[in-house]
Write a protein of this length. Structure first.
Length: 320
């Protein structure tokens, strides 16, 4: 049986969370045909420490619904784990799988450098490799990225990209139309592997969600599995998405981020800021309580000047 490996590389803010929950369920329902590798997903509740440029050793707990661990291994960011042994374990899991479809997914794969891409291609040598990515409207993408930065709060660099759209655009304007360079990079390394069968599958995120669902698109258009195939069970009812908040929630989070930046990275209250943000982002009950006071924060997240700046940068990048 010919095995096909699908590496879903994102990018971020294109429904990656939705697809990863779907992949997990799809593999559980079709263990003989579809594999969402367990290697590195810490399904036993294990944890690991990864190296962070700003924060040093960071604890990550399982289980994971994606393949972040593989990404961290490729980048040599895992403390106390032999990367070669781990990648060999991943290869064994794929080799011994009896089915046809293997799905790997993490939006961080979008940021792999040349050496890291060559490494994962070498691990998967001998199998057909399909790189899958969804592209979306650049304006929507950048606004979505900005809101994600607000929710994440300031890093130890204390940059203001989580409080100011102008600062965000200045720091991340290279992400506008970055799809072209990413596709070229994967294409270059896959093309170099002459014995490999490979494809780069590009889907339009905005078109897909306006016509169907990401899950259905992936099954029908990417994997090429018809829903009428009796041997494979497909449940499209799974719906895991990152919730979009009202502007006043983001405005409140910006105020919290501003105070944290003002106090500096060494202030002892930083854990409190983190927990407060986490509570607002994750608790609908907390957000409903905040809603009672929304009139105090009733301003649009982005003003016309912000939108004009974004339009200008998009136009500029399109000409480069």
């Amino acid at each position: 049986m010919n095995k096909k490996i699908y590496i879903h590389i994102g990018p971020p803010k294109t429904g990656t969370t939705t697809l990863q929950f779907f992949f997990r369920a799809l593999a559980l329902q079709n263990e003989k045909y579809i594999l969402f590798p367990k290697t590195g997903r810490l399904l036993d509740g294990a944890s690991y420490y990864r190296i962070d440029f700003y924060r040093g050793a960071v604890l990550v707990r399982g289980p994971l619904n994606n393949h972040e661990f593989i990404f961290r291994i490729l980048r040599n960011e895992i403390i106390g784990t032999n990367s070669n042994l781990f990648l060999n374990k991943l290869r064994i899991e794929i080799d011994t799988f009896p089915g046809s479809f293997i799905l790997l997914s993490f939006e961080g794969f979008w940021f792999l450098n040349d050496l890291e891409i060559r490494k994962i291609i070498e691990v998967l040598k001998g199998y057909e490799i399909n790189i899958v990515l969804y592209i979306r409207d650049q304006k929507k993408k950048m606004i979505s990225m900005f809101t994600q930065h607000i929710k994440s709060g300031p890093s130890d660099s204390m940059k203001k990209s989580c409080v100011s759209f102008t600062h965000f655009i200045e720091e991340f304007s290279d992400r506008i139309f970055d799809e072209h360079s990413i596709i070229k990079k994967w294409n270059r390394h896959l093309n170099f592997s002459h014995s490999q069968i490979w494809n780069i599958v590009v889907r339009n995120f905005d078109d897909v969600i306006s016509q169907a669902s990401l899950e259905e698109d992936f099954i029908l258009r990417v994997l090429g599995i018809d829903k009428s195939v009796k041997d494979i069970s497909i449940d499209l009812s799974i719906n895991a998405k990152n919730e979009k908040f009202s502007d006043y929630i983001y405005v409140i989070l910006i105020y919290i981020n501003k105070i944290e930046i003002l106090l500096g990275k060494k202030n002892i209250l930083r854990p409190l800021f983190y927990k407060t943000r986490d509570l607002i982002v994750k608790s609908k009950r907390v957000r409903n309580t905040i809603k009672l006071f929304r009139f105090l924060f009733s301003r649009p997240l982005l003003n016309q000047e912000d939108l004009d700046l974004l339009d200008s940068r998009i136009s500029q990048r399109s000409l480069e």
